[in-house]
Write a protein of this length. Sequence first.
Length: 205
Amino acid sequence: MTDKSRVVSSDPSRTDATTGTSATTVALGYIGLGSNLGDREEYLRRACTSLQSSPRIVVRRVSSVYETEPWGYVDQGAFLNAVAETVTDLGPIQLFCALQAIQGELGRQTRFRWGPREIDLDLLLYGDLTVCRRGLVVPHPAMYQRAFVLAPLAELAPWLKSPDGEPIRAILDRLDPGGKQTTIQTLSLSPAKLNPHFDKHHGVD
């Protein structure tokens, strides 16, 4: 991972004792979205709307939507998948909890591992951090095995690499050599218009 995954900005609530200036880290993160029940695209849209409505999350870009075969448990319908690039001053656990809350608000039902779902929101990457606590593992432990994650992620951040240094595009080529991921359409969100109050206070470019 590179410095492109890190954004540093100011927070008036925290002061650097050495310089007398305020500073905190605002993290660039990537969130995987998926749905294979009901109106799948509408679930993705509603999830993005919920993310952008948060006073402490900015949705900067959203990938194209990809239709993919199920992974893990194959006896279910095809998924629509996308990745959102976000900026937030929430910590990784706070962001993880926010994603779980949005899933609940959108009516996700608890079934079984890798089973069908109305909406799935996975925190894939949070800046350069490695996290393993309170049910959260970042980078997402299975993302480098899943073409349906890497295809939309590589669209937004082709420079990213796995923890062992392999470019994600190379991993994607290996996982999906035929390029069978099918682009459906681009979600009609306008990141430039999102959450101007966050931008003003945190200096998001």
